[in-house]
Design a protein around this ligand. Structure first.
Ligand code: PMP
Length: 448
């Protein structure tokens, strides 16, 4: 299988492309050649506005020389340091910087290499904490329908994407329940920001607690805004209710902020925007601007203290968990450079300032043929499209292809299109992205 390139054809036979219909891709390959600022350049010579900041992970756009210089310098100084009985100084200072950005009380950082690993880490921390507090029976986890928590066995177990769960049903973790998702088109179609309907759906948590007994439940995990399944914004009051019920029953609350962390909602974390503080925050993606993998968990100080209290002997490892590349010096250097740029270029505020531009231009599409819903929160938004009869997902696929022909990249999931432009975008670029999307939907609607 080859694809024509200007100089040489690309041999596509060996690469198993993740999360992509491989056979269809081989017929319609999308090959990127370079990236700079808010744009990708593909092998047809097209300049494509990066309407999803990579995969939600590149808020600073691409090729910022300050990140490259930091990586190069670190490589020359120390290219690796084991995450085992030793650490580099920059890893300590990075943890402190992240704690300074996080809500008060979240005082410790554990580094991983990805969101999926951070999810599994947080679930294990929750169980370890309860065991250390004398509650070894608390092992059950509660996730939500339509949640995405990565692809580890823990993540797909607490996640609520049916296709993901069905494929590996026999590998699922024991003791997991799911809260209903909060998306209801008949109540909230075309709502801006947080829908007013749906806070009562949090009451289902009380029912699950009654069913199993609070003393068996370790944690609730949720994305403040469900990103991968289409920017599903929590109803007003919903997250606070979940927080209150967790606190009442001694259940830990974990926010998976892999997408929402580091400014995507116009605040450092979703926890800040919604005014609800969880017991742990999972992060990844934007911490290194997607340049190099890194993830992690920010944890309440007393959770750490409780687990450490089980140590005591010089040779006792309190939490038997970690990765060869936890706190690796090179992603650590990249993350420092990214946080420097966030500060010097005031990027969270830039994201916040662009929010109304995205909101207004997206909602101006209301009334257009083929649209079932429009929603937005911070610098992220989504539209749902009328599916092509008998071929779920094809309308969105055709819309993506039309977007590429017209000069922008968007993200598809089923028949939903998500956008999340880089924070460095200009207002005109955000409007361009939505106008490309609008025309691409028209193109895709011609297919019936
Ligand atoms: N959690 C959430 C909320 C995510 O959006 C993602 C990735 N899109 C993950 C976890 C998994 O992250 P990774 O792909 O880095 O493992």
């Amino acid at each position: 299988m080859t694809v024509a390139k200007t100089a040489n054809p690309i041999d596509m036979s060996a690469y198993w492309i993740p999360y992509t219909p491989n056979r269809y891709f081989h017929q319609n390959p999308k090959v990127m050649e370079s990236a700079k600022g808010a744009y990708y350049f593909d092998n047809h010579g097209r300049k494509l506005f990066d309407g999803l900041s990579g995969l939600w992970c590149s808020p600073l756009g691409h090729g910022d020389p300050r990140i490259g210089a930091a990586i190069q310098k670190q490589y020359e100084t120390m290219d690796y340091c084991p995450a085992f009985q030793m650490a580099s100084e920059a890893t300590f200072t990075l943890a402190s910087r992240i704690v300074d950005m996080a809500p008060a009380g979240l005082d410790k950082v554990f580094f991983t290499n990805s969101g999926s690993e951070a999810v599994d880490t947080a679930l294990k921390m929750a169980v370890a904490y309860h065991r250390c507090m004398g509650n070894a029976s608390r092992f059950r986890m509660i996730g939500r329908e339509r949640a995405y928590h990565g692809v580890g066995i823990g993540g797909i177990s607490v996640g609520g994407i049916v296709a993901n769960r069905k494929a590996f049903a026999n590998m699922m973790m024991n003791g997991v329940d799911h809260l209903p998702h909060t998306f209801n088109l008949s109540q909230m179609a075309f709502s801006k920001g947080q829908p007013t309907w749906g806070a009562h759906l949090a009451d289902e948590l009380e029912n699950i607690v009654t069913l199993h007994d609070a003393n068996t439940i370790a944690a609730v995990i949720l994305e403040p805004v469900q990103g991968s399944t289409g920017v599903l914004v929590p109803p007003q009051g919903y997250l606070q209710k979940i927080r209150d019920i967790c606190t009442k029953h001694g259940i830990l609350l974990i926010f998976d902020e892999v997408i929402t962390g580091f400014g995507r909602l116009g605040t450092n974390f979703g926890a800040d925007l919604f005014g609800v503080t969880p017991d742990m925050i999972i992060f990844a993606k934007a911490i290194t601007n997607g340049v190099i993998p890194m993830g992690g968990v920010i944890v309440r100080g007393d959770i750490y203290d409780a687990i450490m209290a089980q140590g005591g002997q010089e040779q006792t490892i309190e939490f038997f968990h970690g990765y060869t590349y936890s706190g690796h010096p090179i992603p650590t250097a990249a993350a420092h450079a990214v946080l420097d740029i966030f500060e010097s270029d005031n990027l969270v505020n830039r994201a916040k300032a662009l929010e109304p531009v995205l909101e207004n231009s997206l909602h101006a599409l209301k009334g257009k043929t083929g649209l079932l819903d429009i929603r937005n929160c911070g610098l992220s938004g989504a539209v749902d499209l009328v599916p092509i009869a008998g071929k779920p997902g094809l309308r969105a696929m055709k819309t993506l292809e039309a977007c590429i022909k017209r000069g922008a990249l968007v993200r598809i999931t089923n028949d939903t299109i998500a956008v999340g432009p880089p924070f460095i975008s200009t207002p005109a670029e955000v409007e361009f992205l939505v106008s490309v999307l609008s025309d691409a939907i028209d193109d895709a609607m011609k297919l019936g």
